[in-house]
Design a protein around this ligand. Structure first.
Ligand code: BTN
Length: 577
């Protein structure tokens, strides 16, 4: 029944497909989401998340952090999920609709249950539920602390005035109903009906629409000969008075028919940038690491990173003797390469046994690398649709930058390891000291010089690295944010040497345990702790001071009100930049 209701709700919303998501969100893109309470509430419906995602093909990971019935504060994370961005987006509304409504019921139920506490009276729910959601709303009411009355017309007898009239009286109605073999409750409206019902052996009486004073008198008259339930017009303002009238039960339709949907939000973070750790790393958050700003100092950055890697340097200078490709743009892999670009022969000699594919022009190396075996490298002289994080375009003009993707095994904190590799390789190869702007921007002189993009495709991590190498300048719209190694170092940079050092660095840093990567990153990045930043989150920009990394590599942002927010992905900028 519950699965069916979920299917029905998904069908109602998604129908033949989420056309917007399909149009805008790449199929391979993964994301993380968090369900957040935005006001104090009692949560319910969390078990539906598993059903919802299962119906849409499943997710990589769903972690439910609360139990139905838990009281939650504003800001509490109720559940986290990771999976295909498309799945998370298309399920978002349905998941929230269920959670918000059911938490509304549970919250209302909790308020009623609390209101009668200590009286010995129990609050019952009713059949005044949303059509189709009876089971879910009743479960939510129970999670909130009230007792479920009958589920429907089938599981208990409740004889009301119309039934009495049709049966020819209280006694006749009671006798006929006994045949059902179910619990019997009967409504009585007069003293005569009361004595008839008691005479017929009724053990559960319903008294409707009495004032608390009248209820007290009826309860006194009944004197414990049957259970008493009060109903009609009972709300939070008067429920305690009814309970104190001595009733065994009060029933309140408002718990289900008028519950307000609670304010719960879903925060989605697209995850090109961060690979989900496969197991939790044991490193402590590195907030207190005093060496964290060292990378801004040109002399200290390479040494810091160099403690753990022994990179082999490319020995020969870049060759300048390869012919340029002739004729119009050819989108097939080609070995010939422009002289000022990468020497493919040298690269292949340096990495024998590794698949290295080169394209003069390509839409994106990310796409071309998907499906290749681990270790494969795809290089392009130019990309016509270079992908940046958050769906942005990576400016990839011919002959100026290094643009490549390599296939790696997904490992924890992979993005951070790649940032360290890029910073180290740049430092070793060019002498330019780089900062790392969490999670994956390589910065030189306060501007971005390289970017890293990680995508999970069929269980493999496709790591894309773009480095601005020899651009003499950038278009006006990028000039404030972007720089090249040439602009920073003041000289032309030979790309082959840099690429070889970088590939060795990638191998070295991705082989390090996560705790080492975290420690090094915290030392190498001035953004990891103690830096005033603004973070672009789906709900808007948040300002604060960075306060270290978690063992999963997430950034801790200490907001100005003293509370901490976990930044899972998102644009981090130095405050004022
Ligand atoms: C970022 O936004 O910072 C990430 C940029 C990643 C760009 C590289 S270039 C090689 C690879 N192919 C792409 O299409 N993107 C990545």
């Amino acid at each position: 029944m519950i699965d069916e209701t979920v299917r029905w709700a998904l069908r109602e919303d998604i129908g033949a497909g989420d056309v917007t998501t399909r149009a805008c969100v790449p199929a391979g893109l993964r994301a993380r989401g968090r369900f957040l309470a935005r006001e104090p509430l009692v949560v319910a419906g969390l078990d539906l998340l598993e059903v919802i995602y299962r119906e849409r093909g499943g997710v990589d990971n769903l972690t439910v952090l609360k139990r139905d019935g838990d009281r939650c504060a504003a800001g509490d994370v109720l559940a986290t999920v990771r999976g295909r961005a498309r799945t998370l987006l298309e399920c978002e509304r349905v998941a929230l609709n269920f959670l918000q409504r059911l938490s509304g019921v549970a919250t209302a139920a909790r308020a009623f249950a609390d209101a009668v506490e200590g009286t010995g009276c129990r609050v019952l729910d009713t059949r005044k539920t949303t059509p189709g959601l009876r089971q879910m709303e009743k479960r939510a009411a129970a999670a909130g602390g009230v007792t479920n009355h009958r589920m429907g017309l089938f599981d208990a007898v409740l004889i009301k005035n119309n039934h009495i009239a049709a049966a020819g009286g209280v006694r006749q109605a009671m006798e006929s109903a006994r045949g059902a073999g179910l619990p019997i409750e009967i409504e009585v409206r007069t003293w005569e009906e009361l004595s008839e019902a008691l005479g017929a052996g009724a053990d559960h009486l319903l008294l409707d629409n009495l004032t608390p004073e009248e209820a007290r008198e009826w309860v006194r008259e009944i004197g414990g000969r049957a259970k008493v339930e009060l109903s009609g017009g009972i709300d939070l303002s008067n429920v305690r008075a009814y309970a104190e009238a001595g009733a065994d039960f009060v029933s309140a339709g408002t718990i289900t028919h008028s519950a307000r949907a609670m304010d719960i939000s879903f925060r989605l973070e697209l995850e090109e940038s961060a690979i989900q750790p496969q197991e939790s790393a044991s490193a402590e958050p590195s907030a207190a690491d005093p060496g964290r700003n060292a990378v801004c100092d040109p002399s200290s950055a390479p040494a810091v990173v160099g403690q753990v890697v022994n990179l082999r340097r490319a020995v020969s200078p870049p060759s300048g003797a390869c012919p340029p490709p002739a004729g119009p743009v050819d989108n097939r892999p080609q070995d010939d390469i422009l002289p000022h670009k990468i020497d493919l022969g040298q690269l292949r000699r340096e990495f024998p046994g590794r698949t290295i594919v080169h394209y003069p022009t390509l839409d994106s190396t990310m796409r071309a690398a998907a499906g290749l075996r681990t270790g494969a490298v795809v290089l392009a002289d130019e990309q016509t649709a270079g992908q940046g994080r958050h769906g942005r375009v990576w400016h990839s003009e011919a002959g100026a930058g290094i643009y490549f993707s390599t296939v790696l095994k997904p490992t924890p904190v992979l993005t951070l390891a790649l940032g360290l590799a890029a910073a180290e390789a740049i430092a070793q190869s060019t002498g330019v000291a780089c900062d790392l702007r969490w999670p994956n921007d390589v910065m030189a002189g306060g501007k971005k010089v390289a970017g890293i993009l990680v995508q999970l495709v069929d269980g493999a991590a496709i790591a894309g690295i773009g480095i601005n190498v020899n651009q003499p300048s950038f278009p006006a719209e990028l000039a404030a944010e972007a720089t090249s190694l040439r602009m920073t170092a003041g000289r032309e940079i030979p790309p082959t040497d840099l690429l070889i050092v970088l590939l060795h660095a990638v191998d070295a840093f991705t082989a390090e345990p996560p705790e080492t990567v975290l420690r090094l990153f915290a030392r190498a990045s001035s953004y990891a702790a103690g830096r005033r930043v603004t973070v672009e989150l789906p709900d808007g920009a948040v300002a604060g001071t960075t306060a270290g990394l978690t063992s999963e590599g997430f950034l801790i942002l200490r907001k100005d009100d003293g509370t901490d927010t976990l930044v899972i992905a998102g644009g981090v900028r130095a405050a004022g930049a």
